[in-house]
Write a protein that binds this ligand. Structure first.
Ligand code: MLT
Length: 253
């Protein structure tokens, strides 16, 4: 790695991103991917007119935040399914974590408090960075343009993963982002960034086919009511918006 070049890292697992709170990220741009499905749902909700998404790690935090924001809606999943009254002490969440639920009719003008297994905690882990973007295949091009327009010297791509493991679809998306900014950042790329990029170069011709390597995709495809989420999340550059975490809220910028 050339130390004069801007640096590019990819973090594959929760173990990797869980140490970010101890790192100085004051100069870092972070891009968080939870392709299946948290960041795809956030981007979809914003594209359909939601005011902001407040991502939190735990259910009790989500309930407190919703109480503090009258009119806010609750979204999220555990084990892929919408959070129900039995898990919260009486409150049924308004949405699960399917991006197809976040329609304009339901989200326009709304604040949404969201807690998911990995995606929201990945965003929490880097919230002290200079800038934090929530990204998906849907808004990859727009996010790349925002990174390219900046003078970022340190780019960290964070894959939310599945449970405690790396997720194929997040690695694929991280690789797509790395490939798009390679001219700027390639000389300062870590081995992990090279690995992600190679996986993307191998799978780019058919993203949906590449998703077959994903444990989470197989899990969703096995549930009839959620299976359509997989092709939805494999759509590329359908949404021209940048989603940024600022002061605890993911917003359109
Ligand atoms: C997560 O945050 O772990 C995921 O988005 C899980 C999912 O709902 O597929």
């Amino acid at each position: 790695m050339n130390s004069a070049s801007p640096t590019l890292e990819v973090l594959f697992t929760p173990a990797d991103f869980s140490i970010l709170p101890q790192r100085d990220l004051s100069q870092a741009f972070c891009v968080v991917f939870d392709v299946l499905r948290a960041t795809t749902s956030m981007v979809t909700a914003l594209a359909n007119g939601a005011k902001s998404i407040l991502p939190v790690s735990e259910i009790p935090q989500a309930l407190l935040l919703a109480r503090a924001n009258p009119g806010a809606l609750l979204a999220g999943e555990r084990d892929g399914l919408r959070i129900r009254a039995a898990q919260t002490g009486g409150v049924d969440f308004d949405f699960g974590n399917s991006p197809r639920e976040f329609t304009a009719e339901r989200v326009r003008g709304k604040t949404i408090v969201m807690t998911t297994t990995n995606g929201t905690r990945a965003l929490q882990s880097c919230k002290h960075a200079s800038r934090v973007f929530a990204c998906s295949f849907l808004n990859l091009k727009a996010t790349v343009a925002a990174v390219q327009a900046s003078a970022a010297q340190q780019l960290i791509v964070i894959c939310a993963g599945t449970f405690e493991e790396a997720a194929y679809e997040d690695t694929l998306a991280a690789g797509a982002l790395c490939d798009s900014v390679w001219t700027m950042f390639g000389a300062g790329a870590t081995d992990a960034a090279h690995v992600a990029r190679e996986i993307y170069l191998d799978g780019q011709g058919d993203l949906l086919k590449a998703f077959q390597h994903s444990r989470n995709a197989r899990r969703l495809l096995g549930r009839s009511e959620l299976s359509a989420d997989v092709p939805f999340c494999a759509q590329r550059d359908t949404v021209d918006l940048v989603a940024e975490l600022k002061k605890g809220a993911v917003q359109r910028v």
